[in-house]
Write a protein that binds this ligand. Structure first.
Ligand code: DAH
Length: 342
């Protein structure tokens, strides 16, 4: 047998198959082995067999190279076989009947879900969602809202002071003043956020809780627009047949002021423990923006009117889900929270 004329090139090609071995599966590995090392027609076998008919010098060079490749290939194949066998052993260890591990899924806190839903409903009425600082000044928290510091309402808020004139906001109403100072009407905003009061942590109180403030200011906004806006929200949030009641009330920053009640969701108005036998649940304070507040914020009270409201999403969340204790909303107990994963 004579040496193939391109024995050198052929050896180069065979050398490249060494690289293919490391990714081959069992079938490809068997094919490679026959193709290159096969006893009858393996490419490398043929070259080695032809060496005898070569001049001694050429035989030495080609022979050394061919044997080197053969060894490299055999080692690579043996190594690959070992890895493939290991993999098979590993899959045998897996118990296919074992139930999958519980996959944890994140979810919004139930109060945040309610906040988002409320803001979305007001968005349908043209309200933009904005936020304001939790650390406030007395000026924004009280004075600009027509609440002089010696006003009894300022006392009722049981403020956490941070320093002289600086405090943790007791309501989201100061954001009304911040927005009106910065923007001229038309204004339509909802402001969700945390507020702070020096209250004990008990089933119905928390020193930190959530509020959503609302404000609509434009030319010609009347009490009818106010009632229609609130009524739309209540019917969208609760149900279209929910009975809404506006009860006269007092807030320094609105005139006239009202408290808005909805018929008790638990007893449908017949009286129960949740509504303390009244048949109604208060959901917000509201009213027509007081002209003094407009003046304090640089808006012309002769030209513009508006309405404002403030509600507590924690309480609304409790009503919606029948949650008896506000503290459950703050403890982050997964057994409680996981009930609200949707
Ligand atoms: N800021 C009031 C509070 O925290 C709630 C409130 C009442 C907000 C009437 C308003 C409003 O905007 O018009 O008790």
């Amino acid at each position: 047998m004579t040496t193939p004329p391109h024995a050198q090139e052929e050896l180069d090609l065979i050398a490249q198959t060494v690289d293919r071995v490391s990714t081959a599966d069992a079938a490809v590995l068997a094919e490679l082995r026959t193709e290159v090392l096969g006893r009858k027609a393996g490419k490398l076998t043929l070259i080695l067999r032809s060496l005898g008919s070569l001049p001694p010098e050429q035989r030495r060079l080609l022979g050394a190279r061919a044997n080197q490749i053969k060894q490299a290939l055999e080692t690579a194949i043996a190594e690959r076989e070992r890895v493939l066998q290991d993999d098979t052993r590993r899959t045998v260890d897996v118990d296919g009947t074992m139930p999958a591990r519980h996959a944890w899924r994140g979810a919004r806190h139930p109060v945040l879900a309610v906040v988002d839903e409320i803001c979305e409903i007001f968005k349908e009425l043209g309200f933009t969602r904005v936020s304001g600082p939790e650390a406030e000044t007395e000026d924004y928290n009280f004075t600009k809202l027509n609440m002089p510091l010696d006003h009894p309402a300022a006392d009722e808020h049981d403020t956490f002071y941070l320093g002289p004139g600086a405090l943790l906001r007791t309501h989201t109403s100061p954001v009304q003043a911040r927005v009106m100072e910065q923007y001229q009407p038309p204004i339509r905003i909802v402001v969700p956020g945390r507020v702070y009061r020096r209250d004990a942590f008990d089933p119905s109180h928390s020193p930190v809780f959530e509020q959503i403030e609302g404000l609509a200011v434009d030319e010609g906004i009347s009490f009818v627009d106010f009632k229609a806006g609130i009524d739309y929200f209540v019917k969208r949030f609760f149900s279209p047949d929910t009975v809404v009641r506006f009860r006269p009330s007092f807030f320094p920053f609105t005139e006239p002021s009202a408290e808005v009640d909805v018929q008790c969701q638990m007893c449908k108005g017949s009286g129960c423990a949740t509504c303390k036998q009244t048949g109604y649940l208060e959901i917000m304070g509201a009213g027509m923006v007081h002209p003094a507040v407009f003046e304090n914020c640089g808006i012309d009270p002769e030209r513009y009117t508006g309405y404002a409201f403030g509600m507590g999403p924690d309480r609304i969340t409790m009503l919606r889900h029948g949650i008896p204790d506000i503290r459950l909303l703050f403890e982050n107990d997964m057994r409680f929270l996981s009930q609200f994963v949707s």
